[in-house]
Design a protein around this ligand. Structure first.
Ligand SMILES: Nc1ncnc2c1ncn2[C@@H]1O[C@H](COP(=O)(O)OP(=O)(O)OP(=O)(O)O)[C@@H](O)[C@H]1O
Length: 231
């Protein structure tokens, strides 16, 4: 049976700088089911990243509600939000944000260490997930010894090691060549199909959006109903 994992109601995010108000999100009400692979698409400046940041608890809306797996994640303390992010959510960004002094494996298990998992356990988990992203031969390499596509796969492994309820990806292929981009999207597709990983991804690329189960089109901070209806 389908189960809603993310629900937003009347989400608004206004940025205020001096006398200028920017309505990045005006009124967004959406539902995402557990196990769905959803792409958020729309023109530059339409509000895609802002929406992803609200859903991923990286920012707070100025109005509206968000529930994740039935929990209100807005009216809780910053400390509770931090714990929720660490335990329940994973992130992949356009830049890989790997720590240069750490190997691929260390970069991956650092998030498991933060959760007080035992050493033998987190090393095994890192090995398994790096193997799953095709980097079994590169575990002890440093980021500078890896290609962009390989570094992004390390960051995906890092995001997945804690088995997050939801994986958020903000233009994960923006810095990659077309072959590496395809690898990343195929990996998402595979994790989605094989382990039912819920994925919410912002992308500019139509062919990437088409590999998701569904596209949420955004325009001027609202859902783009015409695109949604395929008009
Ligand atoms: N921190 C901020 N302060 C002020 N305005 C902002 C801020 N962040 C985003 N905006 C504005 O909010 C609107 C939506 O921005 P957002 O980054 O969400 O769009 P986007 O669809 O992700 O764009 P892109 O595809 O270019 O990354 C834009 O008009 C942007 O200029």
């Amino acid at each position: 049976m389908e189960r809603t994992i993310i629900r937003t109601e009347h989400l608004e995010r206004v940025y205020i700088s001096g006398a200028v108000k920017t309505y990045a999100l005006r009124d967004i009400s959406i539902e995402i089911e557990q196990g769905e692979f959803v792409a958020i698409m729309g023109k530059s400046g339409s509000g895609k990243s802002t929406l992803l940041h609200q859903l991923g608890l990286l920012d707070k809306p100025t109005r509206g509600s968000i529930t994740i797996d039935g929990s209100d994640v807005i009216n809780i303390s910053e400390k509770e939000r931090t714990i929720f992010r660490l335990n329940e959510l994973g992130y992949v960004f356009q830049s890989y944000n790997l720590i240069p002094e750490l190997t691929a494996m260390e970069n991956v298990y650092i998030t498991a260490m933060a959760r007080n998992v035992k050493r033998e356990e987190y090393e095994k988990m890192a090995e398994d997930i790096l193997t799953a992203v095709g980097l079994e031969e590169r575990m002890h390499h440093y980021p500078s010894e890896l290609s962009g596509g390989q570094q992004q796969r390390v960051s995906i492994a890092r995001a997945l090691i804690n088995k997050p309820k939801i994986l958020f990806a903000d233009e994960p292929t923006a810095n990659l060549d077309s072959a590496s981009s395809e690898d990343v999207i195929n990996l998402f597709r595979r994790f989605n199909e094989e382990i039912g990983q819920t994925i919410v991804m912002v992308t500019h690329e139509k062919d990437e959006g088409e590999k998701a189960d569904r596209i949420i089109w955004v325009k001027d901070g609202l859902l783009d109903m015409d695109r949604q209806a395929g008009i």
